[in-house]
Design a protein around this ligand. Structure first.
Ligand SMILES: [Zn+2]
Length: 122
């Protein structure tokens, strides 16, 4: 599992800008034999950003085969999926970025079963 460095840095900056509101985005990338590469992200048009919640309707995501999962922020600083997160898995991976959104140590990636995935920034 790999993360494009610029993409990761942009996500951290965006989460910082929006704090204390939660961000919710879909991520795009490529799947290949030994993993997944996250290349970029986009904002689903119907996403409502608010304090402590982000509402998202998967049916409004454009049909795009490069979409591999979602990313959202935890302004609380907790770097673990909530029960709600497990119930709203979409795609292959779920990325969580937690306050203070300062570095790679504020980022965690989980697979569709909610298991943590190791990742590298390239
Ligand atoms: Zn969450």
């Amino acid at each position: 599992m790999y993360f494009d460095r610029d993409t990761l840095l942009s996500l951290l900056a965006y989460a910082r800008d929006m704090h204390p509101r939660e961000i919710f985005l879909v991520i795009r990338g490529r799947r290949f034999k030994d993993g997944i590469l996250v290349e970029d992200f986009l904002l689903p048009t119907s996403t409502i950003l608010g304090e402590g919640f982000a509402v998202f309707n998967p049916y409004t995501i454009p049909i795009d085969f490069k979409i591999i999962g979602t990313v959202h922020s935890h302004p609380s600083g907790v770097l673990k999926p909530s029960i709600d997160d497990y119930n709203h898995m979409y795609g292959f991976i779920m990325v969580i970025i937690a306050y203070p959104y300062a570095s790679i140590s504020d980022v965690a990636v989980f697979d569709a079963k909610g298991e943590p995935l190791k990742f590298e920034v390239i």
